[in-house]
Design a protein around this ligand. Structure first.
Ligand code: CP
Length: 308
């Protein structure tokens, strides 16, 4: 790993400086524009993907990123069942073993704080690919890259975060990143049962980022530059009644899109359930499939930075 990268492990958004973000995004632009220049960059290096929770985008875009850079990949889906975790092996032991086989470990885990625990014992870089309701910093990188590319700026953007904010690790990570930019305004739009946690609101206060909490999405839609929808995360609820009370709280359809600004964008980390109607997919402001595609280039840039 390059000692000049300024990054060892990727655990939480707070560790990214604005200059690292700008470098990463410039590298992602270059990769997107001239992918042939990056063929073979990571030849001979191996990425292990340890996924204790389901994934489509994160797992496959990391694998595609490593393969397109000339590296190799290995890993396990459903690691709670198909790794030796099923026999009682601790995460710490697994990480020390896999670190002997791979040059980087991409870890998705069901417990908040798991990536930090892994980094404490790892001999190779750990990339947090989502730790329960904690953080998902590489999603935040691709989200911020999408805002920059779609709107042409990050400073001054007004972002509505909508849905399951208590469990939304992508919202948490993106909000921490936005806090590094100027003149940002954030709305947290959620039912009270899944409102944004106090720690992040305190962080925004400390960094003088204005935020407003509301349940009224329709009042916010005409104001926001970015509407960031999220799924109500059924898997995080222990009580089905509690889930039923908030499911379907918000839905973007053609009528909702009509309230949005002409140059605003609609984002979603995906997967979606029913919070964005497919009838708005063709609206040019719907950026979520472009957003997912950006994950490939941003993760290529990140692996390149960590491993060269
Ligand atoms: N956005 C995201 O993390 O998607 P996956 O769960 O499919 O990886």
């Amino acid at each position: 790993m390059a000692v000049t990268s300024g990054l060892q492990h990727v655990i939480e958004s707070q560790q990214f400086s604005r200059s690292i973000l700008e470098d990463l995004f410039a590298r992602a632009d270059e990769i997107k524009r001239e992918p042939h220049h990056f063929i073979g960059r990571l030849a001979g290096q191996v990425m292990a993907a340890l996924f204790y929770e389901p994934s489509t985008r994160t797992r496959l875009s990391f694998e595609a990123a490593m393969l397109r850079l000339g590296g190799e990949t290995m890993g396990t889906d459903n690691a709670r069942e198909f790794s030796s975790a099923a026999k009682g092996e601790t995460l710490e032991d697994t990480i020390q073993i896999v670190g002997g086989y791979a040059d980087v470990i991409v870890l998705r885990h069901n417990e908040e704080g798991a990536a930090k625990r892994a980094a404490a014992v790892a001999s190779v870089p750990i990339i947090n690919a989502g730790d329960g309701p904690g953080q998902h910093p590489t999603q935040a990188l691709l989200d911020l890259y999408t805002v920059r590319n779609e709107l042409g700026r990050i400073d001054g953007v007004r972002v509505a975060m909508v849905g399951d904010l208590a469990n939304g690790r992508t919202v948490r990570s993106l909000t921490y990143l936005l806090g590094k930019f100027k003149d940002i305004k954030v709305w947290f739009v959620a039912p009270p049962q899944v409102a944004m946690r106090e720690d992040l609101k305190a962080h925004l206060d400390e960094h003088h980022v204005p935020w407003i909490e509301t349940e009224d999405l329709n009042a916010v839609l005409p104001e926001a530059d970015v509407v960031y929808m999220t799924r109500i995360q059924k898997e995080r609820f222990t009580d089905p009644e509690a889930y039923n009370a908030v499911k379907g709280a918000y839905r973007i359809d053609k009528d909702a899109m009509a309230l949005m600004r002409k140059y605003a964008i609609l984002m979603h980390p995906l997967p979606r359930v029913d919070e964005i109607s497919p009838e708005v997919d063709a609206d040019p402001r719907s950026a979520y499939f472009r957003q997912a595609r950006n994950g490939l280039h941003v993760r290529m840039a990140l692996l390149d930075r960590l491993l060269t």
